[in-house]
Design a protein around this ligand. Sequence first.
Ligand code: MIC
Ligand code: SF4
Length: 645
Amino acid sequence: MGLTLTEKILKAHLVDGEMIKGKEIGIRIDQTLTQDATGTMAYLEFEAMGVPRVKTERSVAYIDHNTLQNGFENADDHRFIGSVAKKHGIYFSRPGNGICHQVHLERFGIPGKTLIGSDSHTPTGGGIGMIAIGAGGLDVAVAMGGGAYYITCPKIVKINLTGKLSPWVAAKDVILEVLRRLSVKGGVGKVIEYCGEGVKSLSVPERATITNMGAELGATTSIFPSDEITKKFLKAQCREEVWTPLYADTDAVYDEEVNIDLSKLEPLAACPHSPDNVKSISEIGKMKIDQVCIGSCTNSSLLDMLKVAHILKGKTVNPDVSLAIAPGSKQVLNMLAQNGALSVMIEAGARILESACGPCIGMGQSPNSKGISLRTFNRNFEGRSGTKDGQIYLVSPEVAAASALTGVLTDPRELGEMPEFKLPEIFSINDNMIVAPVTEAEMNSVEILRGPNIKPFPETAPLMETIDAPCSLKVGDNITTDHIMPAGAKILPLRSNIPAISQHCFAVCDESFPTRAKQLGKSIIVGGSNYGQGSSREHAALAPLYLGVKAVLVKSFARIHRANLINAGILPLTFANETDYDSISQGDELVLENVRKFVENGESQFTVINKTNGKKIKVICELSGRTKKIMLAGGLLDYTRELMK
Ligand code: MIC
Ligand code: SF4
């Protein structure tokens, strides 16, 4: 029986467990990446492990998220990460060099290698045939120290692409179509593998748009084969030597199959407030818009920007619209400057932003009250844009640029004939904003530069014998990490200060939660299905940890968040019977008797007693040998420290 591409790469990196679907496996990690909003914590954790130099083939620290410096905090974090990178053999991509995923694809990604990153859109690397996975900062810290990364051996979904995209229909429309069909929960426990004739018609940046936004399916990752197109891209980046051809075997067996005829797709949009709330542009109609933002790790490649410049050429942005453009990397921005496309954008009235995440994470450019904003990004969760009532639609750069001119949602096919947009034979290469690691001798003399905002990791404790605690918060389905631990320009500067950031925990749902939870001392959160979807931010686990949350009981979890809860020593529980969700109200007293003993004995079903109404609720907590030990120790940091003794 042949192997899928995913199985080939995972097998070649397997260091623990067996390739049995649904079972935990440990894989060797070749590369890691961090960004600044998750990086400070990840490096504090790495420091706590006491490993002098990273043990990966390549680790890169990027500064791209917290780039608005309206106080000392973000600048201090950048400086801290820069000094840690120098001290421990890590490449440092300076602020201004671009968004981690875009730069990593351009300058560091290698087909067939494994990459984990403390950012959920790390799967962008799947666009060149990597197994690239988003993880919590602590998992990345362990991988930098040479430890394996653990995932559930995934099911593999084949997405068979046929045909070719019609003019003005984009890669973004492909992933929006996948989201429309599979939903934001459809990828949990799965890797999405793209195959078929249609693959050949997609360039690397287009493939990367698709694998990037595969994160919104909840998938472990997504991957394309490494073929002649990949080779050409790497050659144009002067990195042809890292290319290897990689394909699934022709007789590979998949768990699921989805067929998409590219020629049948039309321009689409994800409507507020979920990436899977997808409708066609024609179905939504000529809706009046207030803002357009083009950029983010999904759609900020040179190819995307050239299309935007073509559409804007010689025109003026509609007077009722604000258009912001953030090219994804210094390479992209510089090439736009060199070939005149930047001038075209400026002439048209675009507001050019630095190469960073920017509005995607609420770092500026929040829309006006109830503003309708078209964005080429990957997430439109409530509140993420920085306002509570912003109405965010996720679209392709083509739809975004065409609409910026008309002031209403516009189908780019109205633009008439589409010219052929080609990638350059050679990109403009200048890695002068990437600081390479120094020699061992120089490393020893590096001083770590900490600012007053950088506070230590919160206190953890071994799993309690019995958890007897009230339900401090009850929430519904599809709670995102943007609900649990909001981002935005005001809160992000507190990412290195858990006591301070925890004051904003669940601010979108219930502003009184932090005070209540702290007063209760210990408590349990109850939620619905797909709890914790979205980002990899471990702050969504560390803030509850700081506020005394001992367990989270929900209908189902998103992958990275569940792992982050375990890493923080918070017990992740699911209802054996989902209807029991209705038998708990906020404030009810819940008891998990002898929970430590149950976990020690490897039992996966326990009973929660609701002391308030007397109801007995069956709950499930499946922990593998390793995650069991982590839970008992009080989290991954304590477990790793014990291992190192
Ligand atoms: C996001 O897109 O939500 C982020 C901001 O990049 C996060 C990481 C973070 O919260 O720092 C992610 O996707 O993991
Ligand atoms: Fe940055 Fe947005 Fe991409 Fe997250 S999704 S890495 S915030 S650009």
